[in-house]
Design a protein around this ligand. Sequence first.
Ligand SMILES: Nc1ncnc2c1ncn2[C@@H]1O[C@H](COP(=O)(O)OP(=O)(O)O)[C@@H](O)[C@H]1O
Ligand SMILES: [Mg+2]
Length: 418
Amino acid sequence: MQKSDNTRPAPEKDALGSHEAPPAPTDSDLTAQIASALPSGYYAKDRGYAKYFHGRKEVLSLFARLRADARQERPGGQGTTFLIQGAPGAGKTALLYRCAEEAEKDGWTVAEINSRALYDPATMSRCLGKPYVAQSRRTLGAAWFASLLRSKTVAGIPSVYHVLKDIAPKTKGLLLVLDEVQRIGSLVSHQRKADVEDTLEQIHNGGVGSPVILLAGGLGTSEDALNSLGISRFYDGCVVNLGRLSPEPERAIIRDWLAQDGGAKGDVTPWTDAIARETHGWPQHIIAFAEPAAHIVRSNRGQMTPRGLEAVLRQGQQRKENYYFARVRKLEEQDRVVLGRALSTRSADTSFRGSEVLGIFSGEYSRAKAERIFELIVHKGVLARTREGRFAVPIPSMHHWLVDQYRRARTQQHDIGL
Ligand SMILES: Nc1ncnc2c1ncn2[C@@H]1O[C@H](COP(=O)(O)OP(=O)(O)O)[C@@H](O)[C@H]1O
Ligand SMILES: [Mg+2]
């Protein structure tokens, strides 16, 4: 690691030509330093496609197996739904992209769809890249007209099921990618519900007649949303509750940001170590530190200085706290306090049964209100489902933050333990 800090102005010489000792940087110095190192128009790239993707090997191999299974000509074997659910920042969208890339390389056709495509044939066909015109009217003129009007012309072919069956691309298989699937319940009107259920059922149970996988990503309430639309049973392993990354991919991501994005010169291990101590394998956190780190290193011509690292840690910490606050913003103060106190009696890696979590709030509120709060907490990712189907705060430092912030708040309530 370099000893000098190129991001600060060189110290002025005094009359005798010796260097004055630079004043110790204040907090606001460091904050200003990192702010000036970030270009104008800068925004945090802590969502979506991963510039340097690592890890998730288990999920990717499971997904490869599903693709292979979907090509088996056995009844019900040609379709399935693969759901990746988890708290915001767990890396769902990044993983969907990765799965899509792998499927494409493997010869599948990939189409990104929205909820509307599940009940509206014209939308589905547009998502598949084809203006949709009924068989009986498939002439050049009609196709042109349909695309011009972004047509809803679906006469003669009444359902999304038919689109998938008749005009789905004839490749190894079709992968439909639907992100933010938890919204589906509220977006689909009552009238459309039966159509969506029908489409999901045809895909899920291999009724389309050719290999189709619906790859869905969404928050922790997604499985419930899909259940409410008729998918009651997923095949074994087809619901992934996405958690933290293990240390090796975590470090690989940090290294890539420093070395490839930042152009770091020299050994990146000390910075990687320092950042990895703060990130807990949580993708949002990793990017919250690694991305400003790359900026600082780049603006410092590849040099990694102690002061630069300090600024990075400060910036990352700030982003972590913003992220935690966003998780609880929709909860009332009183509910945060109840939660903070309940968590304070347990260590950060504890998991709870759903009924235990409900119990915390039903001591305070009616059962219906307790259920609403519980759902919100899972929806916002304050608690995430574990692989065993229990619930836990997904990041230890978020557990500590919740306890620190809210346990001691002065309220009238009695103590409630889990
Ligand atoms: N496996 C991974 N490797 C590298 N970066 C990742 C990985 N998973 C997520 N990220 C990055 O972490 C951030 C949060 O991930 P994202 O997919 O947006 O989370 P979610 O969709 O669950 O809210 C994004 O910047 C994303 O690119
Ligand atoms: Mg996402």
